[in-house]
Design a protein around this ligand. Sequence first.
Ligand SMILES: [Zn+2]
Ligand SMILES: [Zn+2]
Length: 465
Amino acid sequence: MNRDATPVLGQLGQLGAQCNLCGSAMPAPGGDGTDVAALACPACASTPARRVMRRVFQALPAGLLAWRRHALEPGRHGVDPAWFGAPAPAGEATADFMAVELDPQGEAIGAALRRLTARGVLYVSGAARDASGSAQDLLQSMTTLLATQGLPCSVIAIDGADPGGAARLPAWLLLREAADAERWRQHLAAWPGAAPMAAGPVPDRFAPLRAELGYWQASGAECAFWWRDDDLIEDSAALRRLAALSQRHQAPVLMAVIPAEADAALTQATADAMPTLVYCQHGWAHVNHEAPGQPSSEFGPGRDPQAAEADLRQGAERLRALFGARFLPVMVPPWNTLAPALAARLPALGLHGLSQYLFQPRGAPLDGLVRVDAHLDIVDWSAGAGVRDPEMLVERLVSILQSSRAGRLGDPLGILTHHRVMADGSWRFVEQLLALTADYSCVRWLDPRTVFAAMPAGEGAPCAA
Ligand SMILES: [Zn+2]
Ligand SMILES: [Zn+2]
């Protein structure tokens, strides 16, 4: 016996299909070349996607919905707002139920998921598809999209079909809690004529980092990060992307500028528009002076000391003139390498900070020079400027934080980016890291001026040489 008032799919051909929103008879789909994916109800104008949504939600007991506060655009959906609790007030940060359409980059899904409460549910409507592919494929495509976007949750993929037509339209339910997802899946599967379904979790690539930050949070210790970006020469879309990201997450950036290539146009472009960027010196011209086969360096052991010092002095003077008070007298040597004899000369040039990379050897501390390195290079240099596996980056981050927790690393954890060459995947990692750390009140993204606060005062002017 069919408890459902809606005819099961197999009977549609004989009985003539009905719109499941208003009960009107639907025109025969596809008979005169009409687009089945756009078949509107002649009476209520419902779309196939709305009828599929209605069908999915008809299977659910009211109690699953009744307490949820929804954020639904009026008239756009196949659910009845009366099934839910009160609408979430406009402008409210969170809601228990939302519905969005699938977008290829998952941006709408990401924005909605971030608003979703812990017991919330997000309904995603897909576009019409052909008959090939299974519910398992739908699950796979959604979990891949969400994993790439760093949006862990539980997914129920539904291989839906228009009850008033012939279109096949997928839908997904996204829930935060795995136990909730399982309960919803059981209710959906128990419905006679239920569409084929598959369910599973989105792997959380950041889970080890969340666990580590959980320790910091519980211990009450402050977990300090800082951010350095190298090779700045001019204004660009990538620079604006970095500046916007920095500002949105209130994570200031130390920008290592190549002095020989910077000019007043850069100073102007960055002056007011990029308030969270601070500037420092990245060598002189980023030119390698070492012999073939030796590690690249602009200021390595192969360089004539007088010529090298003249370059460093010239660079510092130029950046002071260009950036004034926004210049922090810190040297980031190109390729992160600097001959120790030249490092010792930095304070005499008015440069009281030095930043290299974690694995560069550390000699004895030098008078008047504060060294704070970067620890995690986001870019994979083994393959052009490739994207590192996020899981590898997370593992690295966690091991550095563990060292720090064990007292083996005194400095804040330095993230290193290269805005000019980064691929989308690398940007995404940085964005996801910034968004994740915002969930932990123990995390602070330090201003570079704080990172190098131990530098001698009067840092703007060169010391007597
Ligand atoms: Zn209708
Ligand atoms: Zn560089």
